[in-house]
Design a protein around this ligand. Structure first.
Ligand SMILES: Nc1ncnc2c1ncn2[C@@H]1O[C@H](COP(=O)(O)OP(=O)(O)OP(=O)(O)O)[C@@H](O)[C@H]1O
Ligand SMILES: CC(=O)N[C@H]1[C@@H]2OC[C@@H](O2)[C@@H](O)[C@@H]1O[C@H](C)C(=O)O
Length: 368
């Protein structure tokens, strides 16, 4: 596959003002961001807005995972989720003014690409009516239908942002699940989920300490990682040896292996496991990058960043802010970018990022 399939190129398209919306696997809330793009280059990055879910809604969302809740409850959660997204768009447009299009990820409740199924709840038609703006949703659907993993989708955006940076470069997104984008010297893109991101740590500290995250990695930093358990967790799951393309569902891993440990040692061990999974991912890259830039909420956890630095040495591990990106906005911006690429019929995915048979566009358009 030619790297140029994805490489930013001179565009004859008019730039569009676009908002991207992401409800990530951490289930912490909705991230929204505005950019101006022609689908190749990012001409401007605008403001962003985050809205946290309250505990009651998060619990209802969690009950939908795996498609486990009754159909009418899933439909009710989908409607409420969509209306919350509409409020966020209205809030952001109060700052940015009107936009041309919205990229709407929705919330993944089931991801089984091997069965050609991926399910993001979110009603694009309702969002278009509520906001008065055309909406592109179902961004993973065509890729999965064609035999791709349907994830990760952000690599095309990472590549656009990284156009002027030194290569090879690894961009690591640590959300609920973690994913890496490798960008080679010639623009080659290799991308896949590395393993858990924050989800296991979040689940553990919530169960043990009743808090939604290990803020500043404080619990993990007080504990000691059990390297035996880390090694067992790596060996127990065939995912890490499997060659990419590959992707994960949020709950493909559990905190069970650390159940016998105390809260702090468990947090330290899960943090070490998350970092060790990233180090395993390095084995699947064509070349070891000298720099890993980290985006997503995990970059704000010093225990995790220290564990990554240790396990990826001698490579440097730095937050994406090092190169001027906003790590709280990159994912939402990516969905804004994907919406414009979808409108233009440009590829969203390619064999190196999802394993789809050829570069593929995707997304469904809903007019207000
Ligand atoms: N100050 C902090 N200290 C420790 N961890 C943090 C901090 N801030 C955020 N996090 C972690 O980041 C998570 C949120 O990350 P992010 O917003 O990237 O997730 P997401 O949007 O669900 O991502 P994805 O879609 O990639 O899964 C939180 O659940 C928490 O675990
Ligand atoms: C199926 C699904 O929603 N996957 C998410 C999840 O969260 C992180 C990782 O797993 C990534 O593969 C993906 O999200 C990002 C935004 C992506 O598609 O690039």
């Amino acid at each position: 596959m030619m790297p140029s399939d994805f490489a930013p190129a001179a565009s004859t398209f008019q730039p569009l003002r676009t908002i991207g919306l992401m409800s990530g696997t951490s289930m912490d809330g909705i991230d929204a961001a505005m950019i101006v793009t022609d689908g190749h280059r990012v001409l401007e990055t605008g403001p962003r807005l985050t809205r946290a879910y309250d505990k009651a809604f998060r619990d209802r969302l969690r009950a939908c995972l795996g498609g486990a809740a009754p159909a009418d409850e899933i439909a009710a959660v989908e409607r409420e989720l969509t209306l919350l997204h509409a409020e966020v768009v209205d809030g952001l447009m109060a700052e940015t003014g009107a936009v041309d299009v919205i990229g709407f990820h929705g919330h993944t409740i089931l991801h089984r690409p091997e069965a050609r199924r991926t399910w993001q709840i979110g009603d694009g038609a309702l969002l278009a009516r509520e906001t008065g703006v055309p909406v592109i949703d179902s961004l993973r659907t065509d890729d999965v239908a064609a035999g791709g993993q349907g994830a990760p989708l952000v690599p095309v955006y990472h590549a656009a942002l990284a156009e002027a940076l030194d290569k090879p470069l690894a961009v690591l997104n640590v959300g609920g699940v973690a994913n890496v984008t490798f960008i080679g010297r010639d623009g080659t893109l290799i991308a896949f989920d590395t393993g858990p991101g924050n989800a296991l740590i979040d689940d553990w500290v919530y169960a043990r300490a009743g808090v939604p995250m290990d803020a500043e990695g404080r619990l993990a930093l007080k504990g000691r990682a059990d390297e035996g358990v880390v090694a067992e967790m790596l060996a127990a799951h065939p995912y890490f040896e499997a060659r990419p393309p590959k992707s994960l569902d949020r709950d493909d891993f559990t905190t069970e292996p650390v159940a016998a440990l105390g809260t702090e040692d468990g947090a330290a061990t899960l943090t070490a496991f998350t970092a060790a999974a990233v180090a395993k991912a390095r084995d699947h890259l064509p070349e070891a990058p000298a720099l890993w830039i980290v985006t997503g909420g995990g970059r704000l956890n010093p225990a995790l960043v220290a564990a990554l630095s240790r396990r990826l040495a001698p490579a440097a591990v730095e937050p994406v802010e090092l190169v001027g990106w906003d790590g709280d906005a990159v994912e939402a911006q990516a969905f804004a970018f994907l919406a414009v690429r979808s409108l233009r019929g440009l590829p969203l995915t390619m064999p190196g990022t999802t394993g789809c048979p050829e570069p593929l566009s995707g997304g469904r358009r809903h007019n207000p």
